[in-house]
Design a protein around this ligand. Structure first.
Ligand SMILES: N[C@@H](CCC(=O)N[C@@H](CS)C(=O)NCC(=O)O)C(=O)O
Length: 189
């Protein structure tokens, strides 16, 4: 097994956490957008290679990679529909935040675009909705907890939002930051 990606991506981080939890042997290849762009048809990270019998296979989305890792270690992936909905909401907020981040780098800001203003507003309404969820005070952490935590840590790291208005999310992030696989994989530029 080989996982490609950088150490800033929240999607790559979640896969790295699942690999640490599973103990499965997997090579981590620190790869930038150009390398992943050559490997993956979707030109996004993470990108994953594995062996199924004599066949080499690839996966090009963190969710299919996670499902593969969980199933290899005898665990299910997203068995509960409400949890799955919150997981997908976190993905939508990540896609939104990453889109705003890259657009800003290209000097395109919400002030210039009604579409980006909607994206910016979505971040706040989405976080307010995640604030309503019930969070465990300690592990075991589900994949939905881990995905939300990767979103929150990434958003703070990239200064996409702060958590002042979201005390439950803040308390949840503080608790999960002491979980070793999460603590060992912080975003790095
Ligand atoms: N749905 C994908 C999203 C992955 C994604 O957006 N990755 C970002 C890095 S955090 C990326 O590679 N972006 C490059 C681009 O959009 O060109 C997944 O879950 O793996």
């Amino acid at each position: 097994m080989k996982l490609y990606g950088n150490y800033t991506s929240p999607y790559v981080r979640h896969c790295r956490i699942a690999l640490l939890e599973s103990g499965l042997p997997c090579e981590l290849s620190e790869a930038d957008a150009a390398i992943v762009g050559d490997l993956s048809p979707l030109k996004k990270m993470p990108f994953f290679e594995y062996q199924a019998g004599n066949e080499s296979k690839t996966l090009s989305d963190s969710s299919s990679i996670l499902r593969y890792i969980r199933e290899q270690s005898g665990r299910s992936f997203m068995p509960d529909v409400e949890d799955y909905n919150a997981y997908l909401a976190a993905n939508t907020l990540l896609d939104t935040g990453i889109n705003l981040f890259y657009m800003e780098r290209d000097k395109i800001t919400p002030e210039q675009s009604a579409y980006l203003q909607r994206q910016k507003a979505r971040l706040q309404t989405g976080l307010a909705d995640l604030e309503k969820r019930t969070y465990p005070k300690q592990g075991p952490w589900s994949d939905t907890d881990l995905r939300i935590a990767c979103l929150l840590d990434w958003g703070l790291f990239r200064q996409r939002f702060n958590l002042e208005a979201y005390p439950k999310l803040q308390a949840f992030l503080t608790a999960i930051r002491s979980y070793p696989p999460f603590a060992e994989t912080p975003p790095k530029a």
